[in-house]
Design a protein around this ligand. Structure first.
Ligand code: NAD
Ligand code: UFG
Length: 349
């Protein structure tokens, strides 16, 4: 009987890249996604890269009946839990949706796993749990502090995992705190496709490069950083994806474990440095304008990565140049496809 890794949120940005890495490491994957921020065709694109179509179950992680059925029908060895809502600003407007999806969703999933005696669990946490840095680089023992409901949902799920770990033996779990995931699969077939105006820097820059937005608004040029703009630890999504495979293998190899690991590069780049790198990738200057600081932003944030290196034998290797050139390939392909669809529609009418 095939043994599966269940990937919740596997049609989304990070989950889809993780599936590629999982399949390339020899794992069979099942996906549970309600497609609230993604589309089913992502599975075809994964298949075009790896040659294997992952099975997609369209449904919600909060659906107890569906989860019980899923765990009873399939031999699931482990769960990688990406499904959730992730927009910081939206979480302040719709906190109940965020707690329900992110916290209730995680609890229901862990309950279903407990009932089915599946005890390998890898969770998408975030560097946002650190709040305002008290020291840099950020170590995993840095105090946690939520500055918005989204960040708080991550802290709560981390705590739920801790309580569960101590309540009964045999759980093997990793809490992965991502820094700033960017870039795309180098094929240009997978990438980040935010709906509406992008909140995050790199998708916004990509849309300026594609001519969809007229200029980048840089939030703050008066930070205490070399060029005054904010510093973040940008990590290529394929490095992040491979980190998940290593985290899964780390769990599978233990009798029981609860690990908390930063996944970043350990290096910070300013907004202007990222913009320049993207200009190199797309081959032209990109317009920008300085704006006031964005409320809630920190000046600088980057990871201490030695815990992940020691625990997982993993470290990020891809450069900022690769992050930008891969993201640009994906962006061009997206807009080329949109143009082709529009042309086909106008021929039909
Ligand atoms: P994404 O929105 O692209 O992917 C999330 C996926 O989960 C989507 O396909 C969505 O349809 C699905 N989903 C949402 N709610 C669901 C539900 N209740 N049931 C089933 N499916 C559901 O986001 P992403 O960038 O791939 O992020 C994945 C995870 O990583 C999230 O938990 C996010 O909070 C976390 N994270 C992301 C970042 C980032 O910058 N992208 C940083 C830190 C942590
Ligand atoms: N920025 C701009 N203009 C934009 C967007 C962003 O100047 O249009 C700046 C921000 O001010 C910041 C930097 O670019 O200095 C990065 O901003 P992002 O919004 O891309 O990323 P954040 O670090 O603010 O937050 C992201 C995710 C969070 C996650 C956090 C840490 O959105 O969910 O990384 O992993 F928690």
């Amino acid at each position: 009987m095939t043994s599966y890794v269940l990937v919740t949120g596997g049609a989304g940005f990070i989950g889809s890249h993780a599936i590629v890495a999982l399949q390339q490491a020899g794992h069979s994957v099942l996906v549970l996604d309600n497609l609230c921020n993604s589309e089913a065709q992502v599975m075809d694109r994964i298949a075009a890269i790896t040659g294997v179509q992952p099975g997609l179950i369209v449904g919600d992680v909060r659906d107890e009946t569906l989860l019980a059925d899923l765990f009873s029908r399939h031999n699931i060895q482990a769960v990688l839990h990406f499904a959730g809502l992730k927009a910081v600003g939206e979480s302040t407007v719709k906190p109940l949706e965020y707690y329900d999806c992110n916290v209730t969703g995680s609890v229901r999933l862990l309950q279903a796993m407990q009932s089915a005696n599946v005890r390998n669990f890898v969770f998408s946490s975030s560097a946002t749990v650190y709040g305002e840095p008290q020291h840099l680089p950020l170590t995993e023992d840095h105090p946690r502090q939520a500055t918005n409901p989204y960040g708080h949902t991550k802290i709560v799920v981390e705590d739920v995992m801790e309580a569960l770990y101590h309540s009964e033996p045999g759980w093997k779990m990793a809490r992965l705190r991502y820094f700033n995931p960017v870039g795309s699969h180098p094929s240009g077939l997978l990438g980040e496709a935010p709906r509406g105006v992008p909140n995050n820097l790199m998708p916004y820059v990509a849309q300026v490069a594609a001519g969809v937005r007229d200029r980048l608004h840089i939030f703050g040029n008066d930070y205490d950083t070399p060029d005054g703009t904010g510093i973040r630890d940008y990590i290529h999504v394929m490095d992040l994806a491979e980190g998940h495979v290593q985290a899964l293998h780390h769990c599978l190899a233990q009798q029981q474990v609860l690990s908390t690991l930063n996944l970043g590069t350990g290096r910070g780049h300013t907004v202007l440095e990222m913009l320049r790198a993207f200009e190199q990738a797309c081959g032209r200057e990109l317009p920008y304008e300085f704006m006031p600081r964005r409320p809630g932003d920190v000046a600088a944030c980057w990871a201490e990565t030695s815990t992940a290196e020691e625990c997982l034998g993993w470290r990020a290797t891809r450069s900022v140049e690769e992050m930008c050139s891969d993201a640009w390939r994906w962006t061009q392909r997206q807009y080329q496809l949109e143009d082709e669809r529009a042309k086909a529609a106008s021929l039909d009418s």
